[in-house]
Design a protein around this ligand. Structure first.
Ligand SMILES: [Zn+2]
Length: 209
């Protein structure tokens, strides 16, 4: 097991290793400075609180290989200098580069690209609540419950939907279909057949419960 470092500088040459380092640093909140260089082009990106390498590259990204395409030694020295400079800024707690920096030594062009969080590591995507959708043999229509079943707050439902009838434990609403809502957690869709649509409406109801 590695002791927790203050910072990691990634100077590797393949995506598999870069992703392993990226995921380790993300998981352990260690600032990571990614660098890559080929021919006369170089890239630097600081992964620190914000987006990560997986927000930029996918597993299927195809890259040139420097063993085939070659690399100018001036490119690697420039990119490594910028990378070390970013490391100094982070260690000294100074403002560091937030964009993806691309350097082209052919024409000395430096491009700054804003990266947004978009990978599964950086965005907490809520797990989709599992629903049980069953055709009711006796009542006709469909029954929908959450899995595990959860009680429904009828008062809250009343604020968001068109109520046709109510008792203390049951509510009948109209949301495209007539839906009977039992406070113990079950929805009954009358005269509905399209299960995809039923599920979509059920999610809307549960969201407001
Ligand atoms: Zn990410």
């Amino acid at each position: 097991k590695l002791p927790k470092p203050d910072i990691v500088l990634d100077c590797t040459d393949n995506m598999e290793t870069r992703f392993v380092i990226n995921d380790y640093c993300k998981k352990n909140s260690i600032p990571l400075i990614h660098s890559a260089a080929i021919k006369s082009y170089g890239t630097i990106f600081v992964v620190c609180n914000g987006p990560c390498l997986r927000c930029i590259y996918s597993n299927n990204s195809i890259f040139e290989d420097c063993s085939v395409s070659g690399i100018l030694n001036t490119t690697s020295s420039l990119i490594s200098s910028i990378q070390c400079n970013e490391a100094l800024k982070i260690l000294a707690k100074k403002p560091y580069e937030k964009t993806l920096l691309r350097v082209n030594l052919k024409n000395n062009e430096i491009t700054k690209i804003k990266v947004n969080k978009r990978c599964n590591l950086c965005i907490d995507r809520p797990m989709k609540q599992k629903l049980i959708v069953k055709k009711c043999s006796d009542k006709g229509g469909y029954s929908v419950t959450q899995n595990p079943i959860k009680p429904i707050n009828l008062k809250s439902i009343k604020k968001h939907f068109n109520v046709l009838a109510e008792t203390p434990i049951v509510l009948v609403i109209k949301e495209k279909y007539e839906i009977i809502i039992h406070n113990y957690g079950e929805l009954l869709f009358k005269n509905a057949e399209n299960t995809k649509e039923i599920e979509k409406i059920a999610r809307k109801v549960f969201k407001n419960a």
